[in-house]
Design a protein around this ligand. Structure first.
Ligand code: CAA
Length: 289
């Protein structure tokens, strides 16, 4: 067993970041949730409190474990006060410049043997690692899936400069968090989104061409292929803007027009219909209370 991760810093308190923090805390790791946006940080805290309470209610967690899990969660606006953490996971917006700026700062802040991980769903790890300069060997992709506490997979992606030690320690960390890590190489979209996004895009084309109504496209895939949710509902769940951006990375990097987002998807994004988070995407969702 490699050097264990006792403290993990998660930068970005959105859906993915807050899910990663909760999962880490549940597995016994001190989890520091970072976001410059105070409202986002409060939202993450509310999500954690609610999820922990639900687990106790469902008798999946004892009251003592709930208190210990809550005590392992911390919230802050700035990560520089946590420079002794053995691992930082970046879960900020899917923008290469935002990520590179963070990794420049990670390289200056954290120890020479800390894991510098990114939860990117499509951006090149090798490219992000260039921002870490001499610390590029510590940079790795740790791609979680939504909802993080439920989904078993962590797609682990090594960049060109990632060291073997960084890979081994990341695999150990994912297992400690109760996940099954699977390695993928650093190509656009890795495996998950390279395969998933064309499927989602094709569902949009089937809708646009009138092959079936959206709810029927989904039902066919749920009942006929045993998908937990249909591809259009899944696109809403991921966020139509996120799907669009991932497809554009695939299209640009791999140069194949099959990855170019369907006009129907582009139109919904233009209209601000982004899926669950705006209560309207392909489908309509009741506002969450
Ligand atoms: N946080 C924590 N737990 C959650 C949760 C959340 N946000 N959402 C659901 N759960 C839990 C529920 O509490 C419930 O737990 P119990 O079984 O212990 O009661 C369990 O998950 C099932 O939830 P529900 O009964 O409410 O609903 P469901 O059976 O319809 O499952 C689902 C919901 C897990 C989301 C399921 O529909 C599913 O697996 N969908 C596909 C999700 C998927 O494909 N995710 C990957 C997207 S791609 C991605 O994330 C990466 C990328 O780069 C784009």
């Amino acid at each position: 067993m490699s050097k264990p991760v006792k403290t993990i810093v998660i930068v970005g308190a959105g859906t993915m970041g807050s899910g990663i923090a909760l999962t880490a805390a549940q597995s016994g790791i001190r989890a520091v949730q970072i976001d410059v946006n105070a409202a986002q940080l409060e939202k993450a805290r509310g999500y954690h409190t609610k999820q922990i309470a639900r687990l106790v209610e469902k008798q999946k967690m004892t009251a003592d474990d709930a208190a210990a899990t809550a005590a392992r969660l911390e919230y802050a606006a700035d990560f520089t006060a946590f420079k002794d953490a053995e691992c930082v996971v970046e879960a900020a917006s899917e923008n290469p410049e935002v990520k590179k700026k963070l990794f420049r700062s990670f390289a200056e802040t954290f120890a020479a043997d800390a894991l510098l991980a990114t939860n990117t769903s499509s951006i090149s790890i090798t490219d992000i690692a260039t921002a870490a300069g001499a610390r590029a060997s510590q940079v790795i992709g740790m791609h979680f899936f939504n909802p993080v506490p439920v989904m078993k997979l962590v797609e682990v992606i090594r960049g060109l400069a990632t060291s073997d030690e960084t890979v081994t320690r990341t695999l150990d960390l994912a297992r400690t968090m109760g996940k099954t890590p699977v390695l993928a190489n650093d190509r656009a979209g890795f495996v998950s989104n390279r395969v998933l996004m064309p499927l989602i895009n094709e569902a949009f084309y089937a809708w646009m061409e009138g092959v079936a109504k959206p709810e029927d496209i989904d039902q066919i895939m749920v009942l006929g292929c045993n998908f937990p949710m249909g591809p259009l509902r899944l696109a809403d769940f991921i966020g139509l803007d996120v799907c669009h951006d991932i497809m554009m990375v695939l299209y640009r990097e791999l140069g194949d027009p099959k990855f170019f987002p369907c006009p129907m998807l582009r139109q919904l994004v233009t209209a601000g219909r982004l899926g669950n988070k705006t209560n309207l995407g392909v489908f309509e969702y009741p506002p969450r209370v």
